[in-house]
Ligand binder design. Structure first.
Ligand SMILES: [Ca+2]
Ligand SMILES: [Ca+2]
Ligand SMILES: [Ca+2]
Length: 290
């Protein structure tokens, strides 16, 4: 059942023989697709500032590059899919995640929203709680994978409290771990409703793991007007600004400029009773669609 994955004590069965070799990003800097839904999609370095203004929290654990997506890889094999999100810095565990049943890292958290049918009105337009973004009707997400350092019991409890209406769409990976600069989630293919297709769309929302989130936020860290010890800065003190630090954008044009434009389009005047229409609309990226 999609919402109730438990952490497996075994290591992921991802041997070179069992896993399709991911293609490297293409020389042009665009997506590299190797068929059967496998791909590598690049994101530039240095755009870990949301709409262009966001700054990291001041505490020393938030090291430069920690929230800067450099690449998304989707690697399908027989009965599971690996989602690999790389950042521009070695992933560390300053909060000692084993002490709280965690997954070997501390400050990052990623929500991967996936559009599996590209049909208007099919899926969910709201981003996961705490992201303050939404999707177009024709790009509504059908599955979301949470890559959190928190253990599966905690993540499932948060989903139950904050997004129960989507719990069958939200996937807590069978295994979540970090290796070098890469966050890795291993998901059962059946939790995705079937193997990844070249027609699928993805959006990677980079967030930060907040162990003490607000009651409307699914383990997300807030962005305020001014940065604080554990708050991002450069946004607003309300829930109208996108609470995402880096995203991926469709190929073509300057990806940094594109991201800044996308994440700047929200209603700054909406400070109370924020409506979906006030929020920034983030695009799905269809790396291998024909
Ligand atoms: Ca980036
Ligand atoms: Ca959809
Ligand atoms: Ca980006």
């Amino acid at each position: 059942m999609a919402g109730c994955a438990t952490t497996s004590p075994t290591t992921p069965s991802t041997t070179a023989a069992a896993t399709a070799a991911p293609a490297p990003a293409s020389a042009s800097g665009g997506p590299a697709c190797s068929g059967s839904g496998a791909f590598t999609f690049p994101d530039p370095v240095g755009d870990d500032n949301g709409p262009g203004t966001y700054t990291y929290p001041t505490d020393a654990v938030y090291k430069p590059g920690s929230f800067d997506i450099t690449e998304l890889q989707v690697v399908p094999s027989a009965d599971q899919v690996e989602f690999r999100v790389s950042v521009n810095g070695r992933i560390e565990d300053p909060w000692d995640s084993p002490a709280w049943g965690g997954n070997g890292f501390s400050v990052q958290m990623v929500f991967i929203h996936i559009d599996t049918d590209h049909k208007p009105g099919s899926g969910v337009q709201d981003g996961l709680p705490g992201t303050n973004v939404r999707f177009k009707a024709e790009e509504a997400w059908d599955r979301a994978v949470i890559i959190s350092p928190q253990g599966a019991i905690r993540v499932n409890s948060e989903i139950e409290q904050k997004a129960p209406q989507w719990k069958d769409r939200i996937i807590v990976p069978r295994v979540t771990r970090a290796s070098g600069r890469t966050l890795i989630a291993v998901v059962d293919t059946r939790a995705l409703g079937g193997p990844p297709q070249d027609s699928w769309g993805y959006q990677v929302l980079m967030q930060s793991n907040e162990g003490f989130p607000a009651k409307t936020d699914l383990l997300t860290r807030k962005v305020n007007e001014f940065e604080g010890q554990h708050r991002f800065g450069g946004g607003t003190d309300y829930d109208n600004d996108p609470h995402v630090i880096d995203i991926i954008v469709p190929p073509g044009g300057d990806p940094v400029q594109k991201q800044h434009e996308i994440l700047s389009k929200y209603n700054k005047a909406a400070t109370t009773d924020v409506k979906p229409a006030d929020l920034a609309v983030v695009p799905m990226v269809y790396p291998c669609a024909k």
